[in-house]
Design a protein around this ligand. Structure first.
Ligand code: FAD
Ligand code: DLZ
Ligand code: SF4
Length: 522
């Protein structure tokens, strides 16, 4: 641990976690930089509880090192443990215990962490270290966990749309007094355009590595060589000013078409009109309200249309806040939910990308190279396939948590268990996001270069999504029938001739039997 200069008497020891890199953090706001000590530590346990993508570890370690310097320049004393420092105990409890032994603080202060397992861990420190531990609310969110719990109380259905409207009222974003700008809360129906290869598509902002990042890249390649994903090329922002520049770049060149092409997918176009900022936002380099104020201002200045501004703001103050609310409301039971009783192991191609299905190959390959895939790739390609095939939601959850630079359980788990796998019995999503190849064909250009035929339902050449889709409808007909948005699919399946039903079952079984279970990155 790089020693901080020893003050007269340390009052608070403030532990700042790798995804708490915000100078307005509630724990820091409660402290006095002349009397208190910030502790930050790179630890193997946090880097390996799932085998995070190399790029995610590089982002966090480099951003942590830069943030420690930022705090020092603001007058804070910071004790920072690097991964390879002598005596690094390898886990947060051990590092806090070492810091307590060295600096003898009167109290430990921390902003609540983003994962339930870590909160339990932190709650044990008071007894273990014989010190008061003060856990502060994370005020970087627009809605507190208590506020969400009050909103949810007594409601039969926890629909995002109603929560989102309250967040619009609370923040005043895109509001004309009490009414939504444009007279409508949601312009999602305008946001279904398919992209064409000849569109001008802006690249996200890339950043040069400085000496700190280069050092971290070498460290991660050396120490986490057996983790999923490519370390090179690493072009993410690792400081607040660069993350803000990345977001401003998006507002200037991508936002105007964010709405139109939100659901589109194109071969070789990994980013389309998405903002590529979730990895910065979730580790604290960006502030969600500040981002949305910029989007609101861009709309009011006439630079972007309303469907784009509204669609973007909905993702950030709607979905992002809502999934966090669900996570803290329902944990720890939520993590074990398996409402459809899906048990198939994760196929190996989720780690290797080796499959003849173009859509899945594209999504997994870019995930490996970029630690990023956009929402529709996650929901309607990797997620949809897992849902149709009956893959264990817990195995899939571990995958999503490991492979994306923006993944923390508070946001990843509800998206996987609830939105994507319908494993929570419909608490989060009003219907399963299940779709056949026709949807992927409509929203992408993947099928044109695929080894499978998207128009065929059964047989060796048929798009596997098709037989799997109808087999999913058959297997879950009882659940699906009671859902007004899905019941029609059960009626359609029921009308298929018996021979077609047998062909569907045989095609699905045959395809699933040929899948190699995950072995490379268990
Ligand atoms: P944009 O498309 O530009 O959207 C803007 C911002 O809105 C994002 O940066 C993000 O902060 C927020 N947002 C959009 N959709 C969601 C959503 N459904 N939930 C929460 N925030 C949202 N997002 C994560 O941040 N971390 C995860 O671990 C994660 N896991 C996911 C797993 C599955 C199975 C699915 C279906 C979605 C997951 N998402 C996750 C949501 C979404 O896919 C990503 O937020 C988005 O792709 C990030 O890319 P972007 O910054 O370009 O987002
Ligand atoms: C994700 C992560 C990684 C890879 N490494 C560290 C680390 O070394 N030190 C640290 O304080 N935090 C790290 N994190 C982030 C934590 O895992 C995160 O704070 C919890 O998952 C809660 O969101
Ligand atoms: Fe994916 Fe099927 Fe299209 Fe191939 S044909 S890209 S498997 S949807």
């Amino acid at each position: 641990m790089a020693r901080a200069s020893r003050p007269k008497k340390i009052r608070n020891l403030v532990l700042v976690l790798g995804d708490q890199l915000s100078s307005d953090l509630s724990s820091l706001a409660a402290c006095d930089r002349t009397r208190d000590l910030v502790v930050m530590c790179e630890v193997v346990a946090e880097a390996t509880y799932v085998r995070h993508h190399k790029k995610k570890i590089i982002l966090l370690f480099s951003a942590m090192r830069h943030f420690a310097e930022e705090l020092r320049s603001l007058g804070w004393r910071v004790a920072y443990t690097r991964l390879d420092d002598d005596g690094n105990s390898g886990n947060l409890t051990g590092e806090v215990a070492r810091a307590v032994a060295t600096y003898r603080p009167q109290r430990i202060l921390i902003t609540e962490p983003g994962e339930w397992r870590l909160l339990q861990n932190i709650r044990s420190w008071s007894r273990l270290l014989d010190l008061p531990v003060d856990v502060r609310a994370d005020t970087r969110f627009i809605s507190s966990t208590d506020e969400f719990a009050s909103w949810a109380k007594g409601r039969k259905q926890l629909r995002m749309e109603y929560f989102y409207r309250d967040m619009r009222r609370k923040t005043g974003l895109l509001m004309d007094g009490p009414a939504p700008v444009g007279g409508q809360w949601n312009f999602d129906h305008d946001n279904r355009k398919t992209a064409k290869a000849d569109l001008f598509i802006p690249e996200p902002a890339h950043f040069q590595q400085d000496a700190t990042t280069r050092e971290v890249v070498a460290l991660v390649k050396d120490r986490f060589a057996n983790h999923f994903g490519d370390a090179d090329p690493f072009w993410f922002a690792v400081t607040r000013s660069d993350a803000e520049a990345a977001f401003d770049h998006f507002v200037n060149v991508g936002l105007a078409q964010f709405g139109d092409y939100q659901d589109a997918m194109l071969t070789g176009q990994r980013f389309l009109y998405h903002s590529i900022v979730s990895m910065y936002l979730n580790c604290g380099l960006l502030d969600p309200l500040a981002m949305c104020l910029k989007v609101d201002a861009a709309y009011r200045a006439g630079h972007v249309p309303l469907n784009a501004a509204e669609g973007y703001i909905r993702q950030v103050i709607g979905w992002r806040e809502y999934v966090r609310g669900i996570y803290w409301l329902k944990m720890p039971e939520y993590a074990a939910s398996n409402g459809l009783d899906h048990k198939i192991p994760l196929p190996d191609f989720y780690w290797t990308g080796e499959t003849n299905m173009t859509c899945l190959r594209e999504a997994v390959t870019q995930t490996k190279e970029e630690a990023y895939a956009h929402h529709i790739q996650r929901l309607m390609v990797t997620g949809n396939f897992a849902l149709l095939a009956g893959i264990s939601p817990q195995a899939l959850h571990e995958w999503y948590l490991a492979v994306y630079a923006d993944a923390y359980e508070w946001v990843e788990l509800p998206n996987t268990i609830g939105m994507s796998q319908f494993a929570d019995g419909g608490l989060l999503a009003s219907k399963p996001y299940a779709a056949s190849g026709a949807y992927i064909n409509r929203m992408s250009d993947y099928c044109g270069s695929c080894a499978y035929d998207v128009k065929q339902r059964t047989g060796l050449n048929a798009c596997p999504f098709n037989a799997l889709y109808w087999d999913f409808i058959r297997r879950h007909a009882t659940t699906i029938k009671s859902n007004p948005r899905m019941a029609q699919m059960v009626r359609t399946y029921d009308k298929f001739p018996d021979e077609e039903k047998s062909r569907i079952i045989a095609s699905a079984e045959n395809f699933l039997a040929g899948l190699k279970p995950s072995s490379a990155w268990p």
